[in-house]
Design a protein around this ligand. Structure first.
Ligand code: ATP
Length: 446
């Protein structure tokens, strides 16, 4: 149901209008002064505001701007006295949708209010969608309180509303794509498309056609004209992942696009112009690419003007427990599990691990553990073996004798299975008696 607010100090007219609109099924609010009206506008969702131009506490024409700033989604229709048409025209200039001449336009009221209400309903719907997009992809979905991640978030938040090209630099799985989505969700372009492409996954020709599009007959198999990603994303954002892997000729084409906003499709003779913001990402040191001659220097300077460096998970190990808890909740819900917490050993192992795959790897490790878990606690033995070995290798980087390696290995396996000898013997591929003998020999008591 749409809601209407009428602000008019002529009581009879106010009540009559309210009655008519109520009979049409609208929820009607009434106010006799601009001040009271603004209060209602702040507190209620109002789709259409019918506002008298001459009010005891202000002039409705200049008030239109105030009404719109309190509730931009509300459509304003001004009520002017007979012979005051210029007032109505001025009201429209100030942001009103239309005006009605009191007493003269009675037949127009219902259709005009109905159109205004529909328009406003749409605006409120869009507003809700914006909020949902921001909720799903906003910066608050980026978990972590370490200095390194907060710094990256703050930088990205600052640049998000601007139209600046951004370069996200970080190892695989550090969250480059979720940062790109958050930047888009906090920009003016948030209601338009966010399209992503991985420049390392496609060959040069396919990537060119995917990005810029082609005309029919541009190459064998190009039967129809095809829009590229940049054209599809017009007014939105394109995320160029792994830009460091892009072919050097295509780099020139992207640079031209970043500078001029134009490109030529494959097989075309004229330029295409689109309005797209580019967010690029790489796990490489692009400067080193420039030195090696595989990345264009001019593109490097164009892109690196605003770089956000995403820290690796190893650089922010203090965020691991919080991230792991977040993933526990996520995968509990997905797998209908009820894991309540991590054991101290599980958490310690996560914090000691060397994360090559960063948050993606952590996410996968936690999901695996949740699936395997049979109790409400995640125990260290739910961690995969290679995970255990990377810990082991990190701990034993020095040169050791064969005997020391064996001793350490047995010790670590025993720790890994919480002292369960049967499990340890099975993992070690030896009999239980051999295990006891070796434990005796090495003085291992667990
Ligand atoms: N700070 C974070 N908080 C919560 N989840 C995160 C965070 N960073 C990354 N993730 C999650 O980790 C996974 C990997 O993130 P993402 O795909 O954004 O990384 P990437 O750097 O783009 O990886 P690649 O370079 O391999 O494309 C995703 O599932 C993402 O939702």
């Amino acid at each position: 149901m749409s809601s209407i607010l009428i602000i008019d100090d002529e009581k009879d007219l106010l009540n009559m209008l309210a009655r008519i609109l109520e009979l049409e099924g609208y929820r009607v609010y009434k106010a006799e002064t601009a001040k009271a009206g603004k209060e209602v506008l702040r507190q209620q969702v109002i789709h259409v505001l019918l506002a008298d131009v001459k009010l005891p506490d202000g002039n409705g024409i200049s008030l239109v701007e105030e009404y719109k700033s309190i509730s931009p989604e509300t459509e304003v229709i001004c009520l002017t006295a007979y012979g005051n048409i210029p007032d109505g025209v001025q009201a429209i200039k100030n942001g009103a949708m239309d005006y009605l001449v009191k007493g003269d336009d009675n037949r127009k009221i219902i259709p005009l209010v109905s159109t205004a209400a529909e328009k406003s309903q749409l605006r409120f719907k869009i507003k809700k969608l914006h909020a949902r997009i921001q909720g799903d992809y906003g910066f608050d979905k980026i978990i972590g309180t370490s200095g390194a991640i907060r710094e990256a978030i703050q930088l990205a938040q600052k640049v998000a509303p601007l139209d600046t090209t951004v370069l996200l630099n970080g190892e695989t799985g550090t969250g480059k794509e979720i940062f790109a989505k958050a930047i888009h969700a906090h920009s003016e372009r948030k209601t338009e498309q966010f399209l992503a492409i991985n420049c390392s996954a496609l060959g040069r020709d396919i990537l060119e056609s995917e990005l810029f599009g082609h005309k029919s007959g541009a190459f064998t198999g190009a039967q129809k004209d095809k829009k590229g990603l940049l054209e599809e994303a017009h007014q939105g954002t394109v995320f160029l992942d792994e830009i460091g892997e892009m072919d050097i000729d295509l780099q020139a084409k992207i640079l031209r696009f970043l500078e001029e906003g134009t490109f030529i499709k494959l097989g075309d003779t004229k330029e295409t112009k689109v309005d797209v913001r580019v967010i690029a990402a790489t796990h490489r040191d692009l400067k080193a690419g420039v030195d090696k001659g595989i990345f264009r220097e001019d593109l490097y300077y164009r892109l690196s003007a605003f770089t956000v460096v995403l820290p690796s998970l190893n650089e922010r190990a203090e965020d691991i427990p919080q991230l792991a808890e977040y993933f526990i909740k996520l995968f509990n819900a997905k797998n209908r599990k009820q894991v309540a917490r991590m054991s101290p050993e599980f958490q310690k192992a996560l914090q000691q691990h060397h994360w090559k795959g960063n948050i993606r790897e952590l996410r996968n490790i936690v999901e695996r553990a949740i699936i395997l878990a049979e109790t409400e606690v995640l125990e260290a033995e739910l961690l995969p073996m290679d995970f255990y070995f990377s810990r082991y290798l990190a701990k034993n980087a020095s040169v050791l004798s064969l005997k020391e390696v064996e001793q350490n290995h047995i010790q670590n396996i025993l720790e890994y299975v919480n002292g369960n000898k049967t499990k340890a013997a099975k993992l070690l591929g030896i009999g239980l008696t051999t295990l006891y003998r070796k434990m005796e020999e090495y003085g291992l008591h667990l």
